[in-house]
Design a binder for this molecule. Structure first.
Ligand SMILES: Cc1cc2nc3c(=O)[nH]c(=O)nc-3n(C[C@H](O)[C@H](O)[C@H](O)COP(=O)(O)OP(=O)(O)OC[C@H]3O[C@@H](n4cnc5c(N)ncnc54)[C@H](O)[C@@H]3O)c2cc1C
Length: 447
């Protein structure tokens, strides 16, 4: 049996490919339904190429070889007698399943950068704003400002406008001219032009005009402070504009979720954009036998690349041949993923926006000044020591949100770079999800 963790585009494609090759598949997801971040756990997906999602949903539902285990949060996994035990929480109780092979398709989450007011009510990530309206039909506010960097801002802004929100601005920090640096990648992915045209039409329909070279650098009492920035994110000049809004949705691309593969000992590496991803071979096999990894956890590249990687992993895990055409498709999509990194870099100028009072770790309410004190007063030289001295990264999210920012603040203050080993250490944790001691002790619900 093959266990697939994550039922987003990569996990669904892997499940369908493996099942069609005759393998028995257990498809896990922490959510109530499949679809992942993009198709949002709904069976009536709307938006660009929505019919593709439906095709995967129908294939999973109709396949006798696929068992979908929903609301199952895999908190750990371990090797046992040559097999792999998947430990998961479902309905407050702990269960496990032992399988021969695993495909990890755990995806990514929004990358956030701190700014004064990012922890105030009304400030959220574009992913959160999108999750509210896609998953629950709730529009986060009346006047919403979308900002940050990356093509993901387009579906969020147009989706919110479509759902009835007044999108008061769409701020992209980088210049669209940066795409000119990747002509070959664009030529190798001609279908991406149709996606662009699709979103340009929606922008026109909702009278949304993106402003380039601008970022939200503060938010308080329903007013966002806007500065002109370059790709370094350093504010140009001292003039700041203000935009009144009840929600600011600010995001800076994505952070892959490497928790489970890290627990299983799969080798990780640092990608060009500083994110930690898994090292996989041409069949998506990780450094560990019988563990394949697909989708955003091997590098941020969009849903199309996730689907292709998922299909390759599903075929490989079920022992089927991988068509050369599929490998060529992935190569072109990897070129596009590199073009995304070149077009939407996230510079370190954000460290100049933050003040001593700005909260960096929201779970443990650790301020920027506390982190600087841990370096200058207490001698911390890396994020692990700063964590022990300040508790930054020790809260419920276990540093998923802040650990990269803490490491970069410390490196900036010490005038050095964050080392690859520190980036990898900051992205890993011993458990993939919180579990209570009672449930852990007897494997039963305490409810
Ligand atoms: C918040 C957000 C919104 C996005 N919206 C868009 C969009 O509108 N348009 C677009 O083009 N791209 C969007 N993207 C990018 C898009 O997510 C990816 O390109 C694509 O969905 C990646 O597919 P994936 O299968 O690799 O991962 P995901 O879609 O992220 O799926 C991963 C799945 O794994 C599950 N999972 C993770 N860990 C565990 C665990 N331990 N136990 C159980 N289940 C687990 C998650 O619940 C999730 O369903 C979005 C990304 C994010 C983070």
């Amino acid at each position: 049996m093959i266990a697939i963790i994550g039922a987003g585009p990569a996990g669904l494609a892997a499940a369908v490919a493996a099942a069609r090759s005759g393998a028995e598949v257990a498809l896990f997801d922490a959510s109530t339904n499949f679809g992942g971040q993009y198709w949002r756990h709904r069976t009536d997906v709307a938006g660009y190429k929505a019919e593709r999602a439906q095709k995967y949903f129908d294939a999973v539902i109709s396949s006798p070889n696929i068992t979908f285990i929903s609301e199952a949060q895999v908190w750990s996994a371990e090797r046992r007698d040559g097999l792999i035990q998947i430990n998961y929480l479902q309905g407050g109780a702990e269960s496990f399943l032992t399988v021969e092979k695993v495909i990890l398709a755990t995806g990514a989450h929004d990358r956030t950068l701190p700014f004064p007011g990012w922890d105030y009510p009304g400030s959220m990530t574009p992913g959160a704003a999108q999750a509210l309206y896609k998953g629950h039909g709730v529009v986060a506010g009346k006047r919403i400002l979308i900002a940050g960097s990356g093509p993901f801002l387009l579906p969020v802004a147009t989706g919110l406008a479509e759902a009835g929100a007044h999108v008061v601005g769409l701020l992209e920090a980088n210049s669209p001219l940066r795409w000119a640096r990747s002509p070959i990648a664009l030529l190798r992915n001609p279908l991406k032009f149709f996606e662009l045209i699709y979103y340009l039409r929606l922008l026109r329909r909702y009278s949304l005009k993106p402003q380039f070279g601008a970022a939200v650098v503060g938010y308080e009492n329903g007013v966002a402070q806007i500065a002109r920035v370059g790709s370094s994110l350093r504010a140009k000049g001292v003039d700041r504009r203000e935009i009144a809004c009840d929600v600011v949705a600010v995001g800076w691309g994505f952070q892959p979720d490497v928790s489970l593969g890290g627990i299983l000992g799969c080798v990780e590496k640092v990608d060009r954009d500083g994110t930690v991803i898994f090292q996989v071979d041409s069949s998506q096999l990780s450094s560990q036998a019988n563990i394949w990894i697909a989708g955003e956890a091997t590098g941020i590249g969009g849903a199309d690349l996730s689907i292709t990687e998922g299909e390759i992993a599903g075929l490989a895990a079920s022992g089927s041949e991988i068509p050369k055409k599929l490998l060529r498709k992935r190569s072109a999509q990897h070129a596009f993923a590199r073009a995304l990194q070149k077009s939407y870099p996230v510079g370190d100028g954000w460290k100049e926006w933050i003040t001593p009072e700005t909260t960096i770790c929201r779970c443990e309410e650790v301020s920027h000044s506390a982190i600087l004190d841990s370096i200058h007063e207490l001698g911390a030289e890396d994020s692990r020591t700063a964590k022990l001295l300040t508790r930054a990264g020790m809260g419920l999210c276990q540093g998923r949100i802040c650990s990269r920012n803490v490491a970069e603040i410390i490196a900036g203050a010490r005038k050095c770079e964050v080392s690859p080993s520190e980036r990898i250490a900051a992205s890993n944790r011993p458990l993939a999800a919180p579990i209570s001691l009672g449930v852990l002790a007897d494997g039963e619900s305490l409810n």
